[in-house]
Design a protein around this ligand. Sequence first.
Ligand SMILES: C[S@@+](CC[C@H](N)C(=O)[O-])C[C@H]1O[C@@H](n2cnc3c(N)ncnc32)[C@H](O)[C@@H]1O
Length: 211
Amino acid sequence: MPSIIFFEERPVLAKGHRKNNFINEQKLLSYFHDEDYSALDLLKGLPPFHLSSDRPLLFYPGCGVDILFPLHYLQILFPRLSQITFFFVDLSHSLGIIKSVFDDIGVTFSDKNNILLFYWKNTLIKLCYCQGDVFSILETLPEYDIYFEKAFCIMKEQDPSYESRVYQKLKPNGVLISDSGFQSFPLQKIKVSPELSSYREMIIGIKKASQ
Ligand SMILES: C[S@@+](CC[C@H](N)C(=O)[O-])C[C@H]1O[C@@H](n2cnc3c(N)ncnc32)[C@H](O)[C@@H]1O
């Protein structure tokens, strides 16, 4: 049985966003199940993706406390990005836990009205965390360059039009990364191992420019 991962919020000081943080690898690994971390290696053979925007937006619905998976996908699939905005949405407010995770593993950040700025490897990331219901917030979002979804399969079933709405808001040449669904959408699908998804439905696809 996989071990349980504990996430605990504690007061954390914003020390400013600094490049070249020393990442405590042991702590980092303690936030992953071994098999999930090893599975990330399956991404490493993929060619890097190129986005139309040099200031892209990544949207992650139902993120919970998960900051480390999108960061690893970013590092492997978009290694040359200099900056990006993450827009996270969840019913619960977990930004405090994310700050505690950063502090544990050695990522320093700036915090302005709960918008965090930090570096992951060489990429400057602005993290906006919005507490709310993604099914209504999606309508208000601008178009995004990357859609990232993990463990949201059951939740999205409550809105049969959800995937279609997500697809509409993905920019042309935008990249959709999901561990479930989206199989019937006209995406240029990249061959990836189903082992990356606990539902065995991993999809990474690019929205063709003309669609
Ligand atoms: C199974 S957890 C997955 C969390 C994270 N994606 C991960 O992989 O660790 C599902 C998350 O979806 C959130 N959620 C459920 N319904 C939601 C909704 N309507 N809008 C936003 N978030 C929602 C829950 O609060 C929970 O954090």
